[in-house]
Write a protein that binds this ligand. Sequence first.
Ligand code: ADP
Ligand code: MG
Length: 567
Amino acid sequence: MSNRENLRQLLLQLDDRGYKAYRDIKGSYQFTDFTLIIDRVQGDPFATPSQIRVIAPQSVAGFPTQLYQTPAREIALRDYLTRKFDSVVKNFSSHRGTGNSGLIAITYVGQSVLERTCVFVTDKSVEVRFIVGLPGRGRSISGRQAGEMLCEDIPLIVNQALKYSSLNAKAIQDHVETVEDAEWLRQELPKRGLVAFIPDGAILPRTSGVDDRPLSDEAVPFQSPPSLRVKFTCPNRGLVTGMGIAKGVTLIVGGGYHGKSTLLRSIELGVYNHIPNDGRELVVTNPAAVKIRAEDGRSIASVDISPFINQLPQNRSTRQFSTTNASGSTSQAANIIEALEAGTELLLVDEDTAATNFMIRDRRMQQLVAKDKEPITPFIDKVRQLYTDCGVSTILVMGGSGDYFDVADIAIAMDNFQPQDVTKEAKEIALKYRTERLKEGGDKFGSINPRILLPESIDPSRGNREVKLKVRDVDEVVFGTEEIDLASVEQIAERGQLRAIAEAIVYAKRQYINGESALPEILDGVMGDIESKGLDILSNLPEGDFVKFRRFELAAALNRLRSLKVK
Ligand code: ADP
Ligand code: MG
């Protein structure tokens, strides 16, 4: 294997030559403390930067086994090192010429602790994958500066970011223990008959709509109402108390601007773990929770929305309902049925993003518009059946309609950002002021029929060119000639999840979408392979920006593919 001096010499020889000559540096180099591997070399200074790996043996990195011996701890340590690497490289990354010249960066991370392909820790080594903008002036190579970056800066970065002895041991311990406690709490939920837990003292509001860090000064810490308070003894933190939300139907009510949506949002993201001091680090939710909202304009491919919608104008079938442009109510119905098809156990609905005519139809409207003129059976008539027939719970923010008192097990009122248990009052009011609604939609929820996807309808190639997958921003995946809009899929936490989902669709098509398998089996296959063999199965090259996603978000991407056809 070549060594650091060989690489430096090579880069000096390349100085001033055409940028494309950089491809000669692809390969592995033995440095004193680690191996540097150049996996992919960019074609010009403006292209996606080059991809580099560093592998440092544990004899150098020196991480104690206890920090990565369980899956939860391992993911937490990898997450910690990603953040550390990110903060260290920021001091080295600088403009050194045209375009991306001089950039050093690791994948973007937010407030969640997720499994990612940018850092791996094993008994043998620590591996980090990142990108480097190889420096150039216009179209010519700046070889001396490339030598500084690769041969001088990277060893310093490794020293500062990847050696246990130079890191804050206490902060790392806190990181892994916090994640371990959250993971433990989430696993305890079903044993207590709960679908979500929000600890006392949690800080739920965020800095702003575009900044996901905790609101600092004015935040009111969460306090459970005494009647809903549960206790846990976590493995590390010990006694933790807070509000448990039981299985069934839970209604969150309260005046406008009193913190209802903020509470629901933290429950949505409680399917993921969070970093210490996020404020939501011990907020945990059933991992099969899916946020449901209206999403007019989306496409729908042969979904049986008949539990909610029947007798559309022009006699359109709702047993296999397809459209290229769904309405608010049909999109919300499809979102629910698709979540059930993928195996959800908890639906999360916020009135702010729901279609009113899908949520409620009151006595007066029932009187004015007869049932045979109204295709929609509102959610209020189905929410209990969802629980009794399908075992699926719902947490619903609904400040605008007391009709829901009749169907809720628990009612929580947000009052000045504090929850109150108002179940008893709500039940009394429901008895005193009857809604006189007529029950709609029959006694049963209706059946869920998993769809069989047709492989020829999923084509990630543009014309005859090879597979083209691009991630534009946090909300959109470019897939072949199509754009999949995921802006309304609210439980996607990081851009890297989109990168991985895009590749997972290609993988699913290659391995499991055969014209015979139903969607749930396809999801089982892909998620099972990722579970057992890791995210690297999604690509030939060792990619550094894949982030673990859930089956529900993969299903959501497939379901929003406009070309999708089913048998
Ligand atoms: P609602 O859904 O009841 O109308 P929101 O959840 O949208 O209310 O919250 C309204 C505002 O209050 C938001 O700006 C939010 O960040 C802020 N907020 C929510 N919870 C808290 C809290 N615990 N402490 C301080 N501010 C909060
Ligand atoms: Mg709201």
